[in-house]
Design a protein around this ligand. Structure first.
Ligand code: ISL
Ligand code: CA
Length: 649
């Protein structure tokens, strides 16, 4: 249904993309959904709202939103596509993935950079931990302007990572252990050193020019006002060619033009090359950015200010996104029954469902990022994250899903400081909180993606100075803040709060000088902490590592924890999270204290509503005192950050 001035706010909120945009705006402003859902607002004509808000955002704001909403071709759930996965519960729904950031995992040849041979040497560790599949951040040939997210050659291995033989050995090692592998597919952009881009520069009339966005012009005015995620304009001037090239990320990451069919075909062929080798699927980098609005119009000012990036409304959910994804699935993924998880910054619940519903033939899963920061906050803010928000996020998310939807569950990745540190950096709670987060992650309903080191309860680093950071985003941002007139101390505070390098410091394997990661100074140094290494934790029965193993083993044993329905109880109670997971008569009860204070506990009967069984058997918890069955469970308090899992019979 088209959205126009005569539509009501209610209509807008019923439109999938409209819903997500409103949610995003509210989130960004730190406002509650009640702003929109109360009957007065819901009934408001958009034309009226436009008039009322014109003073703040200008008329253009609403026109930009209309364009965005009315350009999607299939924005409803009625489109049902061929190519439905045959299985009702494919393997990836039950899997626990483990993300490896290869530069920082293990360095086998002593040059300070992690490599494939290093990963190969740790496969027993990973199998023993109990994960089912690995996701490798990029290991392709790259000049490493953005640590491999700038690919020079999709079919070659980065020299620092090793060789194709190392890769084949790694894949074989995984298969032998019954584990799977997904790779990182970065196809929104390539390195400027990629052969295609080089050819585009060399031959201004040749076929490769339209593989990218290269626009003729003059040096003083870029083609539009879009900005890069890594600071500055999204356009780079090529003086020899007198052309501007679009790059949403670093100036060495040139955006590919997906309108070009030949380019798309080459990508699909490359995907098949890896699937032929036997990889099980891909994580697709910023895949929702691949379709840019025709003509690349200027970004709306109000939207730009609100979202902090100009131009975003023209590509975060572009007009041909669904078409491209379907084509790619058909041409490359389906023939191999390969798995896909899209990294989709800015995509909300409803648009996410459109991208992943099992009968739409697009992606299998996405990463939705709305839970990583509290409403009104961005990654570079320093604040305490309230776990009650995480709870509300999942209650809402799960309530919106149908049988055709499935979601991913993750707290950490290579682009974010650790969730644990945001919630409570006090070292006294570190191990307990790490265990609580793992317990939630492994018992909520969805596919789990762990990030390396989560099993150790890793936290943010106390980097001292910008010279210690390596990430291009951090380095550019610091520069940008100084140029904008901030003091060094101020700029540093900001960068330190949000730097992606917190997640990228090397894994600590043992207690030696460089943590057993390498024999020499690593490419990015973290502080060594006594007793936190894999080796030390393996020996400590109460360690986060051993807890993680027990939890993974429990999940592996219990189908109800993987596929079971989720039913939240006592939802309104602050600082308290509780839910049942149920499948074929097997039930689990998970209970959490989300605060650092003791929480008076309800009698179990009061939360049992709807469950006939009554015997609660303790399975696991992060406070060692509930090793009992039956009425003893009715202890009066939950300890700070306590997490408990019971089986009910
Ligand atoms: O860190 C961010 C920039 O502010 C995120 O928005 C991040 O860039 C975004 O989630 C996309 O991330 C992915 O693509 C980037 C790469 O740098 C990230 O490491 C990758 O995960 C460009 O390829
Ligand atoms: Ca190395």
């Amino acid at each position: 249904m088209p959205i126009h001035d005569d539509s009501r706010v209610r209509d807008l909120y019923e439109h999938p993309a409209g819903h997500d945009i409103i949610d995003k705006i509210l989130l960004q402003m730190g406002k509650s959904r009640k702003w929109i859902t109360n009957p007065f607002s819901a009934n408001l004509r958009l034309g009226t709202l436009k008039r009322l808000s014109s003073k703040f955002v200008g008329e253009d704001f609403w026109n930009s939103i209309y364009v965005l909403l009315n350009s999607g071709e299939d924005d409803d759930f009625s489109v049902q596509i061929q190519d439905i996965s045959k299985e009702k519960d494919p393997w990836w729904k039950e899997a626990v993935f483990y993300q490896i950031y290869p530069r920082s995992f293990c360095d086998a040849n002593g040059d300070g950079v992690g490599d494939l041979a290093g990963i190969l040497g740790k496969l027993d560790y990973l199998q023993d931990l109990g994960v089912d599949a690995l996701w490798l951040s990029p290991v392709y040939d790259s000049p490493n302007d953005d640590n491999g997210y700038d690919i020079r050659d999709y079919r070659a291995i980065m020299s620092e990572m090793g060789t194709m033989e190392d890769f084949d050995r790694l894949l074989a090692g995984l298969k032998r252990r019954g584990m799977r592998l997904i790779m990182d597919l970065v196809i929104n952009h390539t390195s400027d050193e990629h052969e295609w881009f080089q050819k585009a520069l060399d031959d201004p009339d040749g076929p490769y020019v339209s593989y990218y966005f290269l626009r003729q012009g003059t040096e003083d005015i870029p083609p539009n006002n879009w900005v890069s995620f890594f600071s500055g304009p999204a356009w780079r001037w090529f003086p020899e060619q007198k052309r501007w090239g679009l790059h949403l990320f670093s100036s060495k990451q040139m955006d590919l033009n997906w309108e070009n069919e030949a380019m798309r075909c080459e990508l699909y062929e490359m995907i098949r090359f890896w699937l032929e080798k036997g990889v099980d699927g891909f994580r697709l980098d910023v895949i929702n950015y691949i379709s840019k609005r025709q003509g690349l119009p200027d970004g709306n000012k109000a939207i730009g200010e609100l979202m902090q990036f100009y131009g975003i409304e023209h590509y975060f959910y572009g007009p041909k996104l669904h078409d491209y994804l379907r084509e790619m699935r058909k041409e490359a993924f389906s023939p191999y029954d390969a798995f896909s998880v899209g990294e989709t910054p800015g995509i909300g619940i409803e648009t996410g469902r459109l991208l992943t519903a099992s009968d739409r033939g697009e992606l299998d899963l996405i990463f939705n990022f709305d839970h990583l920061e509290m409403p009104g906050k961005v990654r570079f803010d320093r604040y305490r994250y309230d776990l009650n928000y995480l709870k509300e996020y999942y209650i809402e998310y799960h309530s919106r899903l149908s049988d055709k939807d499935w979601i991913s569950i993750f707290w950490d990745n290579h682009d974010n400081p650790h969730m644990l540190s945001k919630i409570n950096p006090d070292p006294a709670w570190r191990a307990r909180l790490a265990k609580l987060l793992l317990t939630m992650q492994l018992t909520l309903k969805g596919t789990v993606f762990l990030f390396q080191g989560q099993e150790l309860g890793r936290v943010n680093q106390n980097f001292q100075d910008i010279s210690e950071l390596r990430d291009i985003e951090s380095v550019n941002k610091y520069e940008e803040l100084l140029n904008a007139g901030q003091l060094r101390t101020q700029a540093w505070e900001t960068v330190l709060a949000g730097s992606r390098d917190h997640a990228r410091v090397p894994m600590p394997w043992d207690e030696s000088r460089y943590g057993g990661f390498s024999t020499v100074k690593p490419w990015l140094e973290g502080r060594t902490e006594e007793g936190r290494s894999v080796m030390a934790q393996a020996e400590d029965p109460d360690s986060v590592l051993n807890y993680a193993k027990a939890l993974l083993a429990l999940r592996k044993e219990q189908q109800a924890l993987r596929l079971g329905e989720i039913r939240y109880v006592d939802q309104k109670r602050n600082n308290y999270l509780a839910y049942f997971r149920e499948l074929d008569g097997v039930a689990f009860f998970c209970e959490f204290n989300l605060s650092d204070q003791k929480l008076p506990r309800r009698k179990l009967e009061s939360v049992q509503a709807g469950t006939k069984q009554s015997r609660y058997e303790y399975c696991l918890g992060n406070v060692p005192r509930y090793h009992r069955v039956g009425p003893d469970l009715e202890t009066e308090y939950l300890e700070p950050y306590e997490a408990l899992v019971y089986q009910i019979s």
